[in-house]
Structures are given as C-alpha cells and as structure tokens.
Design a protein around this ligand. Structure first.
Ligand code: FES
Ligand code: FES
Length: 160
C-alpha cells in the first residue's frame, strides 16, 4: 500500500509516496533519479548500494523505505559540495582506485563511514573495514591507498 514517507536526502527534505516495503535503493534510484548508488547483488552481499543513514553504514537494498522516515541519508551525490569533490572522491581519482567504477560509490561511502568511526585508521584497519565491499575488477590495493590519502588530507584540515 502507498504511503507518504519523509526523510532528508543529501541535506534536502524529501517526501515520496511509495509502497512502504520498497527498498531505499529503489526509491533513491528509480523515484529520485539519484543513480550514483548502485544495484549489485540486491542481497546485502556486495556493498555497491552502501549509503549512510543517521551516520551509520547501511546497505540500501536491504532497508525498506518506511524504515528511513525522518532520518538523514547521505549518498555519493551528497559528498560533492560547493562545487568541490570530497577528499575521498579526489583520492580515488588521484590513486586510480577504480577500473569499471561500478563498486566505487559503495566503496567511497563505506570508507566515509569507516572514517567517521575511526578518522586515523591503520592500513590493516582500512582493509578490515572495507573487506565486505566487493570489487570485481580487483582494485583493492589502490582503494586502500586512496582511503589512506583521504584520511591524511581530512586530518590535516581538522588540525589547520
Ligand atoms: S546491492 Fe546491496 S549489497 Fe549488493
Ligand atoms: S572497479 Fe570495477 S567492480 Fe570495482
């Protein structure tokens, strides 16, 4: 049954009329045309659909839209602000941390959540924090390099 659900998406208040059991991923992509978040497995296994909900990492294919009412959602589109790429986005480009790029939005959002919890992770902590996100192209080493680069930049900004 259709219901009206309101939430904040990338700092903007949104209301959608949808079936309450539609996934957050479907609503983001199909109803709101925010296609940066990717559909990979649809089973919670690959991480391509990772977004942030109230500062927590979420696999958006596994969450019903009715469960995000009144919550704050951040997707890859929301990291780009004031015409500037987020340090993670810049670092993925600078380190060549992608090939086809399909996993990249989920990787970046997972890394964003990782750095929220641990702003100065070791290489081992980055690997552990990213291991549930899958990359078919095998860009893993460069993804870890990129996250280290971004963490450095973000921590320097905080200190300056
Ligand atoms: S599409 Fe959601 S985890 Fe794979
Ligand atoms: S860059 Fe292709 S799946 Fe990761």
């Amino acid at each position: 049954m259709k219901q009206s659900v309101s939430f904040t998406l990338n700092h903007q208040l949104i209301t959608v009329d949808v079936d309450g059991d539609e996934s957050l991923l479907t609503v983001i992509r199909e109803y709101l045309d925010q296609t940066g978040t990717k559909y990979g497995c649809g089973l919670g296994d690959c991480g391509a659909c990772t977004v942030i909900v109230d500062n927590e990492l979420v696999r958006s294919c596994m969450l019903s839209i009715e469960n995000v009412a009144e919550k704050e959602i951040l997707t890859i589109e929301g990291l780009f602000s004031n015409g500037t790429l987020h340090p993670l986005q810049k670092a993925f480009v600078a380190n060549g941390a992608l090939q086809c790029g399909f996993c990249t939005p989920g990787m970046i959002m997972n890394a964003y959540g990782l750095l929220l919890r641990n702003p100065d992770p070791s290489r081992e902590e980055i690997i552990a924090g990213m291991e549930e996100n899958l990359c078919r192209c095998g860009s893993y080493n460069r993804i870890v390099d990129a996250i280290q680069t971004a963490a450095l930049e973000m921590n320097q900004k905080i200190k300056s």
